[in-house]
Design a protein around this ligand. Structure first.
Ligand code: PLP
Length: 413
């Protein structure tokens, strides 16, 4: 039975916080349903970045003047906010990167190149984003190690018994997404981490599609590495986070070298800075960190549990509406899902559907969603993906479903 949208959630008030949601595109109100690709930004995030440039733009941690001190303070405070947001024990375990992709590359480069050798194995799942495939593939090629794949069911769920069988003394790391960007599946990462830890295998969790939908506590998960991108959690682009247990990070060599990551430099020898600066070479993305902090504060003000509750209802509603569309097949029907629905429509091309939905003002994603091996697993070239955020409404879902029916009718003529 479909539950009613009953959550105590004032979505019309929330929508006022996002200026872009009032836009008219090609004569139609914008219906933005591509939130897994990137989220829209609330006014407070836009304003805080503008405020930084207007009032205290300066390089951090070295200026002796007041605006640099202010910029440094705000930057450091952003790290503290991230730490609290994901439940890390210490700010020294929070490394700012360009995003999830760079965070994974950092671990593959630094941890991977020191801990993986010939004959070793890295485990990833069949539903990974290319960002959590290619860095491991390159590492394995270089080290003559093997990339092994954890299989999934037709519903898009990890087969835990198969995963357990793959864990052995050759495995040097498990790298798995918390939530699949294509299927919306929420993986049982806590259980997976605990199973890996029984054999002392560290686990990296790609949280790019998780932190915006659910409470994440890296300490409770006991993740060794956890990463996410600011732009998918209502913050600016070009910044993201790598959390690493200090017991791992301490023993890892720097990823990039240059200013800031050093303690002292002579032509004979360089010594490295403490964590987290050891992994942050060069001038950081100060505006990004400040914007990310504001975004996380915004999410905290609304409450991640409220967000999750409302999105769950929208997911149920959208799944129900879509199931009535003739010829549709939903790809990814896991019991635990975030508000992402991928689908194919009998004999129709996903790209055509996406392009035609755009003429109705509806933004969806089409194609392989940077998960080509997953498409191969389901033997399809691509899907249409609808990804819903807490600023979307039931009325938008209705409009989207009506537009989809019209598009299908036009394409079938
Ligand atoms: N991992 C997952 C699950 C993603 O969905 C994405 C982006 O869509 C990434 C990694 C890469 O994130 P970014 O491009 O922000 O580095």
């Amino acid at each position: 039975m479909l539950t009613e949208i009953r959550h105590k959630f004032n979505v019309s008030e929330i929508r006022k916080d996002f200026p872009i949601l009032n836009r008219i595109v090609s004569g139609k109100p914008l219906i933005y349903l591509d939130n897994a690709a990137t989220t829209q930004k609330p006014e407070c995030v836009i304003n805080v970045i503008s405020h930084y440039y207007r009032n205290f733009n300066s390089n951090i941690h070295r200026g002796v003047y007041s605006i640099s001190a202010k910029a440094s303070e705000e930057f450091d405070y952003a790290r503290k906010t991230v730490r609290n947001f994901i439940g890390a024990k210490s700010e020294s375990e929070i490394i700012f990167t360009r995003g999830t992709t760079e965070a994974i590359n950092l671990v593959a480069y630094s941890y991977g190149r020191t801990n993986v050798s010939e004959g070793d194995e890295i485990l990833i799942s069949a539903m990974e984003h290319h960002a959590n495939i290619v860095p491991w593939q390159v590492l394995c090629e270089e080290k003559k190690a093997r990339l092994k794949i954890i299989p999934i069911t037709d519903k898009g769920e990890i087969i835990l018994e198969e995963y357990e069988k793959l864990l052995n003394e050759k495995v040097k790391l498990v790298a798995v997404c918390h939530v699949s960007n294509t299927l919306g599946t929420v993986n049982p990462v806590k259980q997976m981490i605990s199973l890996a830890h029984r054999q002392e295998i560290p686990v990296l969790v790609d949280g790019a599609q998780a932190v915006q939908h659910m409470k994440v506590d890296v300490d409770d998960l006991d993740a060794d590495f956890y990463c996410f991108s600011s732009h998918k959690v209502y913050g600016p682009m070009g910044i993201g986070v790598l959390y690493g247990k200090s017991s791992c990070l301490e023993f890892m060599p720097p990823y990039q070298t240059g200013g800031d990551m050093i303690s002292s430099v002579s032509f004979e020898k360089t010594t490295y800075n403490e964590l987290p600066m050891k992994f942050e070479a060069g001038t950081p993305n100060v505006e990004g960190a400040i914007g990310l902090k504001e975004a996380l504060d915004y999410v905290n003000r609304i409450g991640i549990e409220n967000i999750a509750g409302y999105e769950k209802e929208l997911l149920e509603y959208a799944s129900y509406k879509l199931s009535a569309v003739e010829g549709i097949k939903i790809i990814g029907t896991a019991a635990e899902k975030t508000s992402v629905i991928s689908f194919v429509v009998n004999k129709l091309n996903a790209l055509d559907i996406g392009l035609m939905l755009d003429t109705y003002g509806v933004c969806v994603r089409t194609g392989h969603h940077c998960t080509e091996p997953l498409m191969k697993r389901f033997q399809i070239p691509g899907t249409v993906r609808v990804s819903i955020s807490f600023y979307n409404t039931k009325e938008e879902i209705d409009y989207f479903a009506d537009s989809l029916n019209k598009v299908i009718e036009r394409l079938r003529k």
